[in-house]
Design a protein around this ligand. Structure first.
Ligand SMILES: NC(=O)c1ccc[n+]([C@@H]2O[C@H](COP(=O)([O-])OP(=O)(O)OC[C@H]3O[C@@H](n4cnc5c(N)ncnc54)[C@H](O)[C@@H]3O)[C@@H](O)[C@H]2O)c1
Length: 452
């Protein structure tokens, strides 16, 4: 099938690569000329495991191309995917200017029946706006062409995006035309070989499904962060509690890890947007407002623990003269994405308190420089930043931090303090090895974290 994808970002590139991999002819369009020039030369703008290889393979085999020429891409495609950004506007609502901009381009260039697919995360009712924008252009051109608008929200996870796309838990298609639904089924059939996981529904329900999914996951994270806060105060171990509740099949284990708060390009903005959509419908989404507030507070927890441990109350900036080493900057492992990463808040707090901050991350150092410039020190060696530091804090749970050389850490740090925002280690063993170990929501006595 001939398709074009607007937006060469995380979602657009992964979708383009995977649709090309399954035999389609895919043209990827972006307004960012430099990005497209790089992609033509095999330079991939993001780090996502497996993506580069897949793009290069399909490019070489002639199924995948990159362009800034929208008109040509639209004219030669039956299906046009919109996978551009929907950043939060000033009031928290999703800013649809890129989505509607693409819709207008499609309306002004289309030359026959087209299926326009909203893959960007967009509020309920956006498909109607896309339809209206296209129709307006067609009317202005004085032509009468048929088209359908489909909602096909994307559920991929950065860090596992290729796998998620190739073997999806489900593909949601919001559609009001049987013929178009059949074409969408054909497009996704290669990813359904084991089991049909297509869920076809009306357009508004599909649009709402994406927000409901992200809101649910964000809620679980904030819930567990508050349970961790309670465990800390009551002498309980949140990791034991997680096992205790996760084993209930109605609850499950996923998204119940305490941490420094959720971040990334999706949860924060989607939670905000759903609260705003509710407001516009005269509905007070109380639960989500609390989820967001808890998350903001949670981002302060690691810095607060470090200040409590090392701060001098008699100094205006209580961490002046202290060196803090940070492991992990991206909002989660296996990505270089730092959008709304909790590390940004943690580090800003530490800098505001006067600390010298040194950081390591396997992939996100380049991105981090955009946020911090010369205000912090960077290293691509996780141990180098420890030398003479007053504490190590773990912000992102990259694999390389799970089982490090503790003797080397102990020897390098000026004082063997670890504030662990991801609960990677066993508290009792850390204390026995001479560390002052401060995890989230765990007591260092007791056996629950020690015996596995
Ligand atoms: N990143 C994720 O994990 C993820 C997961 C699911 C859904 N989503 C949603 O998918 C959408 C895209 O997210 P992303 O992370 O891929 O964004 P991104 O910022 O990585 O990429 C967006 C791309 O769109 C391009 N663009 C903007 N206007 C354009 C136009 N008129 N024509 C062509 N290209 C244009 C930009 O230059 C940019 O390259 C968002 O709505 C997001 O919420 C993201």
């Amino acid at each position: 099938m001939k398709i074009c994808i607007f937006g060469a970002g995380y979602v657009g590139l992964v979708a383009a690569a995977c649709f090309a991999e399954s035999g389609n002819n895919v043209i990827t369009v972006d307004i960012d000329q430099a990005r497209i020039e790089n992609l033509k030369q095999g330079i991939i703008p993001i780090y996502e495991p497996g993506l580069k290889e897949m793009i290069l393979r399909n490019q070489a085999e002639g199924r995948l191309s990159f362009t800034v020429d929208m008109e040509d891409a639209i004219k030669s495609s039956l299906v046009c995917f919109i996978a551009v950004g929907t950043p939060p506007g000033e009031d928290g609502s999703a800013d649809l200017k890129h989505v509607l901009g693409v819709a207008r381009s499609i309306g002004s260039a289309m030359n026959g029946f087209k299926i326009i697919v909203d893959k960007s995360t967009v509020p309920v009712g956006t498909a109607d706006k896309v339809r209206a924008a296209i129709q307006e252009e067609l009317t202005a051109r004085g032509v009468n062409l048929e088209f359908d608008v489909v909602s096909n929200p994307e559920f991929l996870k950065e860090g596992a995006a290729i796998d998620d796309f190739m073997k999806p838990d489900r593909v949601v298609i919001g559609c009001d035309n049987v013929r178009t639904a059949e074409i969408m089924k054909e497009l996704y059939d290669p990813f359904m070989r084991k089991q049909n996981r297509m869920i076809i529904m009306d357009i508004r329900s599909a649009e709402m499904t994406k927000y409901a999914a992200n809101a649910m996951l964000a809620t679980r994270i904030s819930f567990m962060n508050q349970i961790a806060g309670m465990c800390e105060r009551m002498g309980a171990d949140v990791m034991a509690v997680r096992e205790g509740i996760g084993s209930d099949s109605r609850i499950g284990y996923d998204f119940l890890f305490p941490g420094p708060g959720y971040g990334g390009s999706c949860f924060p903005k989607d939670v905000k947007a759903l609260i705003k959509t509710a407001e516009e419908a005269n509905y007070d989404f109380l639960l989500l407002k609390a989820v967001e507030e808890v998350n903001e507070l949670q981002k302060d927890v690691l810095a607060a623990k470090l200040i409590k441990l090392l701060g001098s109350p008699d100094q205006e900036q209580s961490l002046t003269g202290r060196i803090i080493a940070c492991w992990g900057l991206s909002f989660k492992p296996r990505t270089d994405d730092m959008r709304e990463a909790p590390a940004i808040t943690v580090i800003e707090h530490l800098l505001a308190a006067g600390a010298t901050v040194r950081v390591h991350d396997p992939e996100a150092l380049k991105e981090a420089r955009k946020y911090f410039g010369d205000r912090i020190e960077y290293s691509s060696n996780q141990y180098d930043i420890l030398s003479g530091a007053d504490a190590l804090t773990i912000i992102t749970d990259w694999n390389e931090y799970r089982n490090p050389d503790f003797e080397r850490i102990h020897a390098a740090l000026k004082t063997p303090n670890i504030v662990d925002g991801r609960n990677l280690y066993k508290p009792g063993r850390m204390v026995a090895s001479g560390f002052t170990y401060i995890p989230l929501g765990r007591c260092s006595s007791g056996i629950s974290g020690e015996v596995k």
